[in-house]
Design a protein around this ligand. Structure first.
Ligand code: ZN
Length: 126
């Protein structure tokens, strides 16, 4: 099963449109964010931006794929909030069960909006 949030390898080479002025004339900078996201400078409005600028995930302290994986594990496997937090702790990501609850409340509706009705049912069924 392919999830809609799987990172595409072609994203690595794709330039980014500026979310502030929608200009396609952005130039990739050599520096990356702390989480490893590529940074760009808009030639039109001079804003500095990164791959998450203008998305609901921009202010998160965790990578987007980790947040989405938390939601999928919580919903698809019907794990408790504490179980999900503990499973990610075993993989080096430290956050509380309240963070899991907050992530689900904030981003599960977005995830549902990007899936077809039938794939979402598969995702939450069991
Ligand atoms: Zn711009």
């Amino acid at each position: 099963m392919e999830y809609p949030f799987e990172k595409q390898t072609s994203d690595e080479e794709r330039p980014m449109n500026c979310p502030h002025c929608t200009s396609p004339s952005t130039k990739e900078q050599s520096k990356k964010t702390i989480l490893g996201y590529r940074t760009f400078r808009c030639a039109a409005c001079k804003h500095l931006l990164n791959e998450r600028t203008g998305t609901p995930f921009n202010s998160l302290e965790y990578p987007t794929d980790i947040v989405l994986l938390v939601i999928v594990w919580r919903l698809r496997n019907k794990l408790s909030l504490r179980d999900v937090a503990e499973m990610f702790l075993e993989r080096g990501w430290s956050f509380t069960h309240e963070t899991v609850r907050d992530c689900k409340a904030r981003f599960a509706p977005l995830l549902a909006g990007q899936t077809t009705r039938s794939s979402w049912k598969i995702l939450v069924r069991r």
